[in-house]
Design a protein around this ligand. Structure first.
Ligand SMILES: Cc1cc2nc3c(=O)[nH]c(=O)nc-3n(C[C@H](O)[C@H](O)[C@H](O)COP(=O)(O)OP(=O)(O)OC[C@H]3O[C@@H](n4cnc5c(N)ncnc54)[C@H](O)[C@@H]3O)c2cc1C
Length: 347
């Protein structure tokens, strides 16, 4: 039987970022991705450049797949426009994932495509089926429908359903992101217009399936799109991200900013943190590893994600009055703009 210290399940942005750093640390691992190519799921392809002390470019170390750098987001509400200063990178996410895989492979990573893990048997170590690979530590970076989350008995996640597609004819300023936060467009969610190099990534999402269906019907009538792609965005608080000899990463552990449905940069940061924890386990040859250390290392991230979750919950579920939501949003945006301006000054 093939044996490895670590197996990463899933080659999305979370698993690939982890692969890159584990390879850099010279840790013995294999990454298994079920598809034969990268980026098969729906995504708006925007990346929040900074979160806390992290800068996307320190994690990614390349400009491949970066299409635009945007600084201003206009939020359209029933009561007026709100301008948010926030550096966002618009990407070609397929290229980003391919580049992360290349960086990992250059550092010696073993990334295997077309390898779907169907079952994980528990013995002294884990055995992944049908690959028959034995692993001392399993990392579930396997997205919203994670089999790893089921393995450690965690509940299903709450979600928003969202759809996105590429469009050419959008009559808006293509140096800004545009977000419609209006109940007349969609309840319990928002629609977006993200400018890419030549096209736009546009979409709409909601935490209510009924409201999503209605909004998508209208959105479809308004816009010509090559192909719509739908997907789930976790909007639960981050779940406990570990079990015995298991860590979870990215959407699998609901490591998303639920107020805006952003998981790309949070997943990468959690991957960076996971790599350092795994490096510690590697130093003792994965004997007596305490996977709770990962949760402890994630604390500042989890605190921030929990805060964003409360904000999302408060402004969509508790407060129903649209004017009050506008006032709260305006204040929050002012605070966020100040924060990002200060962060940007570090460069
Ligand atoms: C419509 C939509 C728009 C979004 N827009 C944005 C945005 O603009 N900005 C942003 O930051 N976030 C956005 N998000 C969220 C973001 O896409 C996710 O948070 C992010 O992709 C999470 O990365 P991940 O690697 O954890 O999961 P995923 O990207 O889902 O990757 C998981 C990988 O695991 C593989 N896998 C799953 N099960 C198995 C298995 N059993 N065996 C082997 N492989 C397996 C899958 O094939 C996949 O490649 C959006 C989400 C949606 C649905």
């Amino acid at each position: 039987m093939e044996k490895h210290d670590v197996v990463i399940i899933g080659g999305g942005i979370a698993g690939l970022t982890l692969a890159k750093f584990l390879a850099e640390y010279g840790i013995d691992f294999v990454l298994l991705e079920e598809h034969n190519g990268f980026f098969k799921k729906a995504c708006g392809e925007g990346v929040t450049r900074y979160i806390m002390e992290y800068d996307f470019f320190d994690l990614y170390e390349s400009r491949v797949g970066i299409e635009k750098e945007i600084y201003e987001t206009i939020i359209y509400t029933k009561y007026g426009e709100i301008s948010l200063y926030m550096p966002v990178l618009m990407t070609d996410k397929k290229k980003i994932e391919e580049e992360l895989a290349n960086q990992a492979i250059k550092r010696g990573a073993d990334i295997r495509m077309g390898e779907k893990v169907i079952k994980i048997d528990r013995g002294n170590n884990f055995i992944l089926k049908p690959q028959n690979i034995e692993a001392k530590l399993v990392v579930g970076a396997d997205g919203f429908f994670s089999i790893t989350r089921k393995l450690i008995g965690k509940k299903d996640l709450k979600y928003a359903i969202a759809v996105e597609g590429l469009s050419e004819n959008i009559d808006k300023d293509n140096n800004k992101i545009h977000v419609e936060f209006k109940k007349s467009i969609v309840k319990y969610g928002y629609s977006w217009y993200f400018p890419k190099k030549e096209k736009w990534n546009i979409g709409v999402g909601s935490t209510s399936m009924k409201e999503f269906r209605k909004a998508f019907e209208n959105f479809k009538k308004k816009h010509v799109v090559e192909k719509w792609k739908a997907g789930y965005v976790p909007v639960s608080k981050p779940v406990r991200p570990y079990g015995k000899n298991v860590l979870m990463l990215g959407d699998a552990a609901s490591q998303t900013i639920s107020s805006i449905g952003a998981g790309n940069m949070p997943s990468m940061i959690c991957a960076r943190i996971a790599a350092d924890v795994i490096k510690k386990f590697d130093a003792t040859e994965f004997r007596n590893m305490d996977t709770k250390e990962y949760e402890i290392a994630l604390k500042p991230m989890t605190k921030m994600l929990n805060y964003e979750h409360s904000f999302y919950f408060f402004t969509t579920r508790i407060i129903r009055n649209e004017y009050l939501v506008y006032k709260i949003l305006k204040k929050a945006v002012e605070r966020a703009s100040k924060y990002y301006k200060k962060l940007g000054k570090r460069d």
